[in-house]
Design a protein around this ligand. Structure first.
Ligand code: ZN
Length: 213
């Protein structure tokens, strides 16, 4: 398709609970208010809001969150008239997401994409079937923004969190223990302390780095 639009890619990468999706959704809503055609894709398995999983709304404007089963689903669901495309939680996709994003940009779309930057092991995020990962998208991005989170570590018995705003790492826990290095990279868990699998943003002082030998 020949289009007058020159595509654009903006990557919003960083830690969990760092506000990157909220930031993206705000830009998407502003584009809706400006009268642009907007689509928002999100991995179906990751939609976890309780009230209304399908809509982001403000002041009567709304965006439908379209659940995506796999990267092929993006080619099927993108509409020719769409001008701005949001893709949330890139880390749930396989490496085909790179070509899917290139395709959208080549089609003249403005693409905003959110992803974790590091996995729980403290390594650069690799897409499901690797070896490519988030850093293979950086060279084709027009803009990259890095989002840090706030460290929520508490010392034993303390009700105060660390609060360091440079919590760049995400720690995975099984109950009270840091999850072993060899456990699955993608594993759904809570974002609060619980008995099962859970994740939390950690600063350099409180992230337990793995010994990679
Ligand atoms: Zn900390």
């Amino acid at each position: 398709m020949i289009t007058d639009n020159i595509g654009r890619l903006e990557l919003l990468i960083g830690n969990m609970s760092s506000g990157k999706s909220t930031f993206m959704n705000d830009i998407l809503l502003r584009n809706v208010i400006m009268g642009k055609k907007v689509q928002l894709f999100q991995p179906g398995s990751s939609i976890r809001d309780i009230d209304d999983p399908s809509l982001i709304t403000r002041g009567g404007y709304k965006i439908l969150r379209e659940p995506i089963a796999d990267t092929d689903d993006i080619y099927r669901k993108v509409k020719q008239e769409s001008e701005v495309i949001g893709i949330d939680e890139l880390h749930f996709y396989n490496r085909g997401i790179i070509n899917a994003i290139k395709y959208l940009v080549d089609e003249g779309k403005e693409v905003l994409a959110c992803s974790l930057e590091l996995d729980f092991r403290g390594n650069s995020l690799i897409f499901g079937d690797g070896p490519e990962g988030i850093y293979d998208l950086l060279p084709i991005a027009d803009n990259v923004q890095l989002f840090n989170s706030i460290c929520t570590h508490r010392d034993n018995g303390s009700d105060k969190v660390c609060g360091n705003p440079e919590a760049r790492w995400v720690q995975k826990y099984y109950g009270d223990d840091v999850a072993p290095y060899e456990t699955p990279l993608i594993e759904l868990g809570d974002i609060r302390q619980s008995k099962g699998t859970w994740y939390a943003p950690r600063c350099r002082k409180h992230f337990k780095f793995y010994d990679k030998g």
